[in-house]
Design a protein around this ligand. Structure first.
Ligand code: ADP
Ligand code: MG
Length: 696
């Protein structure tokens, strides 16, 4: 067992609850638990998001506008509610003997309690003119005594509820002596040790040690991931599945009846899937394709094939909106072939009856959300599971579905994602999956014209453009029967004013009110994740049918929703989204044949970021993914870096050297079966990546 020395008296283990650490009482532990930090291991692995550098502070008498670092004591802390609603302003005065300067924070109430008047602090932020006076706006701050003197480096932690960055620094210091006894996790390691890496990450003494700590921990993470992938594949290959016979004649007939020609990429993917599901080994295939590449049609055809052969299919979607939309599309395509399709979400009425029908095999294809996963949903003959936007689902949820197959048999699995995965990584990091790529968009698609606008240009430039769209001939009568003109999405950051992450962002509700005033003759409605599923579905249906002209929404429309008559999208606070997410969002328009537009709104305070400029230039998801990798790649230290399909916390897909190294080491590790018994912490740690446990 792993022993750690606790204050030279008590022995603690990495798997012990966080309460065992100094300074962490029941209340703090409760907060930490809410954010997934339960054990001492979790706590140590809660790595800084970034490091602030408090190097060479400037005397206050000498500071100039721009980024500054100062050192001094703070007094006169006050706070007030600003005239503009929902802005809670905290101000203070920092003095250093040469002068005094005002510091200002917005919506950071905890600043009132962070400082003691007799202690010295570093502050760093932008010294600028705001409301007619110079002050340092929203500076980071750290106690001088806590910052490494030589380097001025101070870790920045993501706030977890009431626990702010400086609280984490304080708690970490209280546990400083516990790092010595952390054992290594892996048999083969790059030069450092785990204890050293973790220690250096939390107590940085040079940017070099920080970088090598990061590499060490990234390597560890990649090793786990690749090992899990390898073991998944082994497990998968041991499983048995029902072989689904291929009905060539009916498949051909189906394809020739489609209103469009399948792309070559779609044909190839479908053909491969039909090959796979004829095997007695379950298929485990990832279908990767940019937004709009037609993944749903591939899934529909595969489902049709399974239903023809008498099997059942479960299609899992991340949101109720998407599930209903898949249901509408797929049932419309398949009803003339006598395939029985059902929708099962939280809002479904007569759930019990439907579940009985599913259990009796009276339904061929069930489309749904999490509601599909409850234990009482049983299938008579589940042979194929399709998971749309698979990265949205946890491993556990996937397992649940896998377990719904007939005894002793596993269903074939098709996962779909719009996140491009570089080819070089498909074999390593995704070693347990076969991958099909839809690298071609249906013909006739035009790129979405994308423009960055500042909020000041809304009146003059955006509204006229919106009006033009609203007055244009509808794009496709089929989908928007009721539409008078073309339709618009307007994406907002927050649902209501106040208490949001982006406190100054206009909310869905406020924006809806304003747009109603500007476009009184059109119907403007809103949509957000906190609405009841039935309400969301209703709004979405009305938007899809063209009854609603402008839909103001949070990012709930991000995944998969398909309204070809919507040809303009506005993304407010565009700077607050990642590149991948912006690209996903934009993919909601440009799905018909008309010219489509996307406007990225920024405050205009600072020049637009490279992210937005790249988005303006390109519509190519693979290109943007590469740019994204580069932009966040080595520059970003730690942080909840999520590569869509992959849940990497530390490593990045641009760590190609580390990936190659981990790949090689995993292969060696697997040569020796004893390792699987010996490295207990590692083996239990990788469960989080494992797809299939036991199926019996
Ligand atoms: P995604 O890959 O983003 O899930 P969808 O499956 O939603 O894309 O497809 C987007 C739209 O393109 C849908 O309206 C669909 O009917 C249509 N579509 C799919 N395949 C083709 C094709 N080969 N030619 C023309 N349109 C297609
Ligand atoms: Mg889709």
């Amino acid at each position: 067992m792993v022993k750690l020395l606790n204050g030279a008296r008590n022995i603690v283990e990495l798997s012990d609850p966080v309460e065992k650490l100094k300074g962490i009482g029941p209340k703090t532990a409760e907060t930490l638990r809410k954010f997934g930090i339960r054990t001492i291991r979790d706590f140590f692995y809660n790595l800084p998001r970034d490091y602030e550098v408090y190097e060479a502070p400037t005397s206050i008498s000498e500071i100039k506008p721009g980024k500054v670092v100062i050192k001094g004591k703070i007094d006169s802390l006050t706070s007030r509610q600003a005239k503009r609603r929902n802005l809670f302003v905290t101000e203070g005065v920092v003095r250093d003997g040469t002068g005094a300067v005002k510091v200002v924070w917005f919506n950071q109430r905890y600043r009132l309690k962070q400082f003691s008047p007799d202690k010295e602090y570093y502050f760093t932020g932008n010294y600028e003119l705001k409301n007619g006076r110079y002050s340092i706006i929203s500076p980071s701050a750290a106690e001088v005594a806590e910052v490494d003197l030589k380097t001025g480096l101070s870790p920045v932690y993501v706030a977890h509820g009431a626990l702010k960055s400086h609280d984490f620094r304080r708690l970490m210091r209280l546990s400083r002596d516990k790092f010595h006894f952390i054992p290594d996790l892996l048999p083969t390691v790059p030069k450092d040790t785990r204890k050293k890496a973790l220690f250096n990450a939390h107590f940085p003494n040079s940017s070099k040690t920080v970088a090598s700590a990061r590499d060490y921990l990234a390597y560890e993470e990649l090793f786990e991931l690749i090992l899990a992938a390898r073991l998944n594949r082994r497990e998968n290959d041991k499983l048995k599945a029902i072989s689904v016979p291929f009905n060539q004649e009916k498949t051909k007939e189906f394809i020739s009846n489609l209103p469009f020609k399948l792309t070559n990429a779609q044909r190839w993917a479908i053909w491969t899937i039909f090959q796979n599901i004829q095997n007695h080994t379950p298929m485990n295939r990832l279908l990767q394709g940019d937004v709009g590449s037609g993944k749903t049609m591939v899934a529909t055809l595969a489902s049709y094939g399974v239903a023809l052969a008498g099997g059942q299919v479960a299609i899992l979607a991340p949101t109720a909106i998407l599930a209903s939309q898949h249901y509408a599309g797929i049932s419309e395509t398949l009803w003339e072939y006598g395939i029985r399709v059902a929708l099962l979400t939280g809002a479904t009425k007569h759930k019990e009856d439907l579940k009985k029908q599913i259990a009796k095999g009276e339904v061929d294809i069930v489309i749904g959300t999490h509601a599909l996963l409850t234990d009482d949903t049983e299938f008579a003959r589940l042979e194929l599971v399709v998971i749309d936007e698979q990265h949205r689902f946890g491993v556990e949820q996937r397992q649940k579905l896998m377990l719904k197959s007939p005894a002793g048999l596993a269903p074939h699995l098709l996962s779909m994602t719009a996140t491009p995965i570089p080819r070089s990584l498909q074999l390593t990091v995704f070693g347990d999956l076969d991958v099909s790529v839809l690298n071609e968009l249906p013909s006739g698609r035009k790129p979405v014209t994308t423009k960055i606008l500042t909020e000041l240009e809304i009146q003059e430039k955006l509204y006229p453009q919106m009006l033009k769209i609203l007055e244009s001939e509808p794009d496709s009568k089929k989908h928007g029967e009721m539409a008078r003109g073309q339709q618009i999405y307007w994406i907002c950051k927050a649902i209501e004013d106040g208490n949001s992450a982006v406190s100054e962002a206009t909310s869905v509700k406020t924006r809806t009110r304003r747009l109603k005033e500007v476009f009184p003759q059109y119907r403007v409605e809103y949509l957000h994740g906190k609405m009841k599923p039935s309400e969301k579905d209703e709004i979405m249906e009305q938007f899809a049918s063209g009854e609603i002209d402008i839909l103001v929404s949070t990012t709930v429309v991000e995944v998969g929703v398909d309204v070809p008559n919507a040809t303009l999208m506005v993304i407010e606070n565009a700077e607050s989204y990642g590149l991948a997410q912006l690209h996903q969002l934009r993919g909601r328009v440009g799905r018909g044949t008309s010219e489509a537009y996307c406007f990225l709104l920024t405050s205009g305070d600072i020049p637009p970021s490279r992210r937005l400029r790249e988005l303006e230039k390109s519509n190519d998801g693979f290109y943007l993914a590469e740019v994204d990798l580069k932009l966040r790649g080595p520059g970003e230290i730690y942080g909840a870096l999520q590569h869509g399909a992959l849940d990497l916390r530390i490593a990045s897909l641009s760590d190609t050297k580390l990936i190659a190294r981990a790949q090689k080491d995993v292969m060696e590790f697997l040569q020796n079966p004893e390792n699987m018994v010996k490295y207990t912490e590692l083996m239990s740690g990788i469960k989080k990546y494992q797809q299939i446990t036991t199926l019996n």
